[in-house]
Design a protein around this ligand. Sequence first.
Ligand code: HEM
Length: 425
Amino acid sequence: MTSVLEHARTCPIDEIIPMSPEMLKCPSIMNRRFHHEAPVFQDPTTGIFFISRYDDVVAMSMDHKTFSSVMPGGQAGTGSMVSDDPEIKAIMDQGYPGVSTMLTADPPVQRHYRKFVNGAFSPESLKVLEPFIDRVSNELVDAFIDEGHCEFLSAFGVPLPLTVIASQIGAPQSDLPLLRKWTNAFIGNLSQQLDRDGLLQAAKDVLEFQLYFVEKMEVRRAHPEDDILSKLVNASIDGEKPLNNSECLSMLSQIMVAGNETTSAALTQGMQLLINNPDQYEMVRKDPSPEMIHCLVEEVLRYTSPSSNMFRRTTREVEVNGVAIPENSVCFARFAAANQDDERFPDALKFDITRPNLKDHVAFGKGVHHCLGAALSRREMNGGFKVIFERMENFRLTPGAGEPEFSANALLHGLTGFDLSFDKK
Ligand code: HEM
């Protein structure tokens, strides 16, 4: 791997293979070269245009008319699976058809659906979750604190956002493994890496997800509670009729998939960044105030950018940074690369919680698709780090654990695990 990365440092720019596992795991070298030499780079293997500079990524995110989120044959995020395979089709026919709602739709369709959930995800509505996030974080820490070490991703990073979202969409704690299984089925289908058996299993899991939540939705229609699922199924905006089951399933699948992996990745890499940057860790350790933890969270979001790239399709020929991109081209809005642009964030590869423009990062995207769950994940991260700093200190990588590894994923950037050791306070 090192030699591939070394090669990427000096090779002619068009020899870089951006979708190779090495580049996906460690994109910083490629990002740096793209910023300077090829702000718009067409990958010769996939034909995808990689757009990497901060200003260009922001501009394309704001121009949804030219850069559409609707992909040809794009069934991702619709709450269902589309396939020509008769066996998969037969499984999906027992459930509910997919509908494009937020992530994979353009305005006015996308705006229509966002109206139903914007209120439920506003910072004010989510304030009530603060004590719950505190309790869950403490319970998770209780489970491993006496050991002095843990695999942080599975012990804290994954269960914190999963437990919070489960509580909001009507799933009891005992069903967390099901939520994880269904999230993996949607991600597996998205990855296009599954063989036929994998796809068949994913279809069965997606059907199970649909039937499970339709039952929960019926209960919440009859007996609303103070949670996001009740708001989703009962919302009636501007006199329009409430969403039907297929629409709600699509939105729930997006909330489940987009909401879990990303926050888990940011929390986990955040611990790694604290260990790798003792001066920054020292600042928060000395002053773990809400203001300081807020700065830590924003810099972790900028630096880690878990939702690293998102697809767009051009609806017309367009010029970006002097490069003509033909109509109907697939482009990547490279949020992670934009967040490493020195023009916007001087010395961008330095993890620095005192940056004056922390709030400028685009980890949550920009424009109409700006992350629905931004306030929720900020609450989870601020609440989670607060408890970690209250109860643990002297963070270090567990001796002998080996170098932490990133997964090779084009859309989501995160560690596959992180062996953390610490002292109990
Ligand atoms: C650290 C955590 C998170 C990161 C880095 C993140 C990142 C993003 C980004 C970059 C986008 C814009 C996509 C685009 O422009 O195409 C987005 C959209 C979205 N996010 Fe997040 N997200 C996070 C957490 C969450 C959570 C907790 C939820 C839900 C509970 C969520 C739900 C969504 C949804 C539904 C959209 C689509 C919105 C639309 O298209 O209107 N995300 N997110």
